[in-house]
Ligand binder design. Structure first.
Ligand code: PBG
Ligand code: ZN
Length: 278
């Protein structure tokens, strides 16, 4: 991904400090462990890469809001977002919930301000809410990837985060691109299970979903401007085909217009710089 890199914890601190100074209020952390296995041990290790980075950020830069992505795919040898059941070779929804809840609690333990589950297993918001409450973190909010579509726009992220599934795809747990009603049901379920902020992902090809979700539920709504949306703008700009600044700003404006209260974007430092210019 152009301009996107894997960082060590101390490099994250440097990047986050610079971004915060420019007006970026929050970061969303994704971890890439040194070794992967079939139970995603690195996801919930108390000295895991995300846990160590959260601790460092909250110690050195306490005003920065630290959100952690909760998923298992980056930590799994097979690259799926849940446990694979040996007997049928499919992702096993219910046994994955325990590991996701454990991961969330370990992030909260490290000092995360918001927990953001992106796995799309059924019932995970409730499992995570319960575990956080039982662990003394009843005040930590959940931002759920509620309407997350099985999208080809995640390609550059999977390469950058080394989380491409080794076999099959994610359509067993992520949503069908053409099904808006399912998106509404998924958002409704996540709210009932205790989500505090709901997210629609990707953003630009799904502005209708953002609009419907915001209008129907009137909940804090986040839009995730994903890796290919970002990379396509970068590539076209690098070829001299579009004006990077105005296309980027127009894209972000469109997400706001559709109803997004929060925008998760790889362009955050750049957009903050542009917004700060006279
Ligand atoms: C993994 C995850 C993905 C993204 C965020 N978390 C990819 C996927 O579902 O394969 C996508 C981010 C992006 O494309 O920018 N749970
Ligand atoms: Zn995942």
């Amino acid at each position: 991904m152009p301009g996107v890199f894997q960082f060590s914890p101390d490099e994250v601190l440097k990047e986050a400090t610079a971004a915060f100074a420019q007006g970026v209020p929050a970061v969303l952390l994704f971890g890439i462990p040194e070794t992967k296995d079939a139970k995603a041990s690195g996801a919930y290790a108390s000295n895991g890469i995300v846990q160590r980075t959260v601790k460092l950020l909250k110690r050195e830069l306490p005003e920065l809001l630290v959100v952690t992505d909760v998923c298992l795919c980056e930590y799994m040898s097979h690259g799926h977002c849940g446990l694979i059941n040996e007997s049928h070779g499919q992702v096993d929804n219910d046994s994955s919930l325990k590991l996701l809840a454990r991961t969330a609690a370990s992030h909260a333990e490290a000092g995360a301000d918001i927990i953001a589950p992106s796995d799309m297993m059924d019932g995970r918001v409730q499992a995570i809410r319960q575990k956080l409450d039982d662990s003394g973190f009843s005040e930590i909010p959940i931002m759920s990837y509620a309407a997350k579509f099985a999208s080809s726009f995640y390609g550059p992220f999977r390469e950058a985060a080394e989380s491409t599934p080794k076999s099959g795809d994610r359509r067993g747990y992520q949503m069908e691109a053409g099904n808006a009603e399912e998106a509404m049901r998924e958002v409704h379920l996540d709210i009932m299970e205790g989500a505090d902020i709901i997210m629609v992902k990707p953003a630009l090809a799904y502005l209708d979903i953002i609009y419907r979700v915001k209008n129907t539920f009137a909940y804090p709504t986040a839009a995730y401007h994903v890796s290919a949306e970002y990379s396509m703008i970068k590539a076209a700009a690098a070829n001299g085909w579009i004006d990077e600044r105005s296309v980027t700003m127009e894209s972000h404006l469109a997400m706001r217009r559709a109803g997004a209260d929060i925008i998760i974007t790889y362009s955050a430092p750049q957009v903050a710089r542009w917004l700060g210019e006279p």
